[in-house]
Ligand binder design. Structure first.
Ligand code: 5GP
Ligand code: MG
Length: 183
């Protein structure tokens, strides 16, 4: 329907976020010092993660977590569920969790304790987008890319029914596009 955040603005903000993250993370200097593991929440944070980590020149490992909250042609959360994980050994690591969008907060509430349970000494959260709704504002996150209106968005990794992730901009959908998928 319309472009909410064009790719150039995303790129600029991702560089700024990387600078904030670099300032807050001291890489290990000696063996035995805590390491950093970056955990993108798949699939939505995939593109964000690829762009962000290439701007962070510090030693890090990547762990993967796949979570589903909007299965199929739904545009409201159906409750978050971990589909698969490949975190590696995060015991005594500082974990930086990356998600595409903070909406109800259910995803971060589900995952953060899991990462602590797996031995992370700290869990910081970075979301590219945060929706303007009370539940999203109540959650404490460490880094936010953009505050957006409470609308359903796709592009730059975000999907509708697993489509549109490859759009370079963050956009809203026409009602017809939603209807067609439900058809
Ligand atoms: P929460 O768990 O905070 O309710 O929602 C977070 C997850 O829901 C996100 O990781 C994302 O997968 C999905 N989500 C929430 N809002 C939107 C949206 O506007 N568009 C898309 N494509 N996914 C969303
Ligand atoms: Mg997600």
């Amino acid at each position: 329907d319309r472009i909410l955040i064009p790719q150039e603005k995303i790129a600029t903000r991702v560089r700024e976020l990387a600078r904030e993250i670099i300032a807050d993370h001291t890489p290990p200097k000696m063996a035995g010092e805590p390491e950093i593991t970056i955990v993108p929440v798949l699939t939505g944070a995939m593109i964000f993660c690829c762009d962000l980590i290439r701007q962070i020149p510090i030693q890090m490992r990547i762990g993967l977590l796949a979570v589903s909250s909007y299965p199929g042609a739904s545009i409201s959360t159906q409750g978050s569920q971990v589909l698969s994980q490949q975190l590696g050994d995060i015991r005594d690591h500082h974990v930086l969790l990356l998600d595409d969008i903070l909406d109800s907060g259910g995803t971060l509430r589900l995952i953060t304790p899991m990462l602590k349970q797996a031995g992370a000494i700290s869990v910081r959260c970075c979301v590219l987008l945060r929706k303007d709704r009370p539940q999203a504002k109540q959650m404490t996150v460490d880094y936010v890319g953009f505050e957006i209106p409470d609308e359903f968005v796709v592009g730059y990794g975000l999907d509708y029914n697993n489509y549109y992730r490859n759009l370079p901009d963050i956009v809203t959908l026409k009602p017809e596009a939603v209807e067609r998928m439900r058809g």
